[in-house]
Design a protein around this ligand. Structure first.
Ligand code: PMP
Length: 438
């Protein structure tokens, strides 16, 4: 494919400084961006992004775990475009086929256990908000349990269960949420930290289990820094919750659709949650959100409700094409195999570079925690690595409560050669930073 800049002329783009200037004037001050010198991204093609100057980047963040099938994947966008030109929107009041086909497809072979009913919406926040409402309707209880440092969204209920202080923007959040320690503590062995978390859950349930509608969790905390609990953790969580009639909501918004090497990350733990929330990769860049549950739980959601755009033909046809692509290209297995190599490669770098304090994750959801002498230096070092990697043609993400975890969540189609080349570049960049500082 030829370069857009050459096709349309570089003057078609206003350039990063002008984009930043417009953001300053017309956006809210809450928005932020990575990099001291951010590029203006103008084109994407599978694992690659291009800026307005024609520079090419290998994308290891996939727009925060979204573009699993690759940027502008032609097999998927062909279906999207065809639907855009045929029928764009009616709402669920009218009968259209793609939304029911998608719900059926999810029920038959994608969703685990007896989960077979789906409500479509437009984003991850909306999916979790709906999942939480559903838990209240079914249990006729009000409150929730969440893990510290989890992230579940920007709406009132979902921000209330978000445990990362920087994402709790509202001063008047719901008080009916009890946070328990997550199964990770940098000072403790992972097994010990997970036991502490479970003990805290046991105490909360014993004290007020009969008021709790659900516990909401990310199977692997994304924003919290790729926190990956031991294999037994969620099984024990589910058993405890069942004793008190508390539902388990798995927020699979980052982890879903193959990213971790299973269709859903909860599959690693042998746990079928009561409700799963989904978004991001399901649309490969086209907005879609959904939550799914069993016949029995879904039956409690019988008061009228509707989403104007939820289940629209364009998103639904796109999601069907995404599921076809994931299946036909064996992306779940790919994530396990090539993602496994990435994780191992990061572990090898950890042996060599004292800057890397920890490596975590599963499949193509990997994190490398960087530690300097204090929290401030750790965050600054992470930013320096991000900037230098970008200058050498690699887009890496960043998360963690201290903003000091390099996040690798690439398109799952990422070839091994690009993984190896990125690891070599990261090796060089870490060596340079260790020698010079940031
Ligand atoms: N849950 C998780 C685990 C997320 O990572 C996010 C967003 N990064 C959300 C929910 C909210 O999704 P959205 O931004 O689509 O509303």
């Amino acid at each position: 494919m030829s370069n857009l800049n050459q096709e349309h002329g570089k003057e078609a783009y206003i350039g990063p400084e002008a984009v930043l200037e417009k953001r300053k004037h017309y956006f809210f001050p809450c928005t932020h961006h990575f990099y001291k010198k951010p590029p203006q991204i103008v084109r994407g093609e599978m694992q690659y992004l291009y800026d307005d100057e024609g520079n090419k980047y290998v994308d290891f963040f996939a727009g925060v775990s979204v573009v699993a099938c690759g940027h502008c994947n032609e097999q998927i966008t062909a279906k999207t475009i065809e639907q855009l030109q045929t029928l764009q929107h009616t709402t669920t009041i009218y009968l259209t086929q793609p939304m029911v086909d998608l719900a059926e497809r999810l029920a038959n072979g994608i969703l685990p256990g007896k989960l077979k009913r789906t409500f479509f919406c437009n984003s991850g926040s909306e999916a979790n908000e709906g999942a939480m409402l559903l838990a209240r309707l079914y249990t006729k209880r009000r409150d929730f349990i969440a893990l510290e440092h989890g992230l579940h969204g920007r709406t009132y209920l979902t921000m209330g269960v978000t445990g990362i202080p920087m994402w709790r923007s509202d001063d008047y959040l719901d008080t009916g949420v009890t946070f328990i320690p997550r199964p990770y503590d940098p000072e403790l062995d992972d097994e010990v930290a997970a036991r502490h978390s479970l003990e805290a859950l046991r105490e909360v349930l014993a004290a007020k289990g009969d008021t709790i509608a659900a516990m909401i969790v990310e199977p692997i905390q994304g924003n919290g820094g790729m926190i990956t609990p031991p294999d037994w953790y969620f099984r024990e969580v589910k058993m405890l919750l069942e004793r008190y009639g508390v539902l388990l909501i798995a927020d699979e918004i980052q982890t879903g659709f193959g990213r971790t090497g299973k269709m859903f990350a909860m599959d690693h733990y042998g746990v079928v949650p009561d409700i799963i929330s989904m978004a991001k990769a399901l649309g490969n860049g086209v907005p879609i959100g959904a939550f799914a549950t069993t016949d029995e739980i879904a039956a409690s959601f019988n008061r009228p409700s509707a989403s104007t755009f939820g289940g629209n033909p364009v998103s639904a046809v796109t999601a069907l094409a995404v599921l076809d692509y994931i299946e036909n290209e064996g992306l779940v297995e790919r994530a396990e195999m090539v993602g496994g190599r990435l994780l191992n490669g990061l572990r090898v770098l950890q042996e060599k570079h004292s800057l890397i304090a920890d490596v975590r994750g599963k499949g193509f959801m990997c994190g490398a925690e960087l530690r300097g002498t204090d929290a401030q230096e750790s965050a600054a070092l992470t930013d320096a690595v991000l900037e230098k990697m970008k200058d050498r043609g690699y887009i890496i993400g960043k998360n963690g409560t201290g903003r000091n975890v390099l996040a690798f969540q690439p398109p799952i189609i990422m070839p091994s050669e690009d993984v190896n080349a990125m690891l070599n570049t990261l090796d060089d960049v870490l060596t340079a930073i260790e020698a010079e500082g940031c």
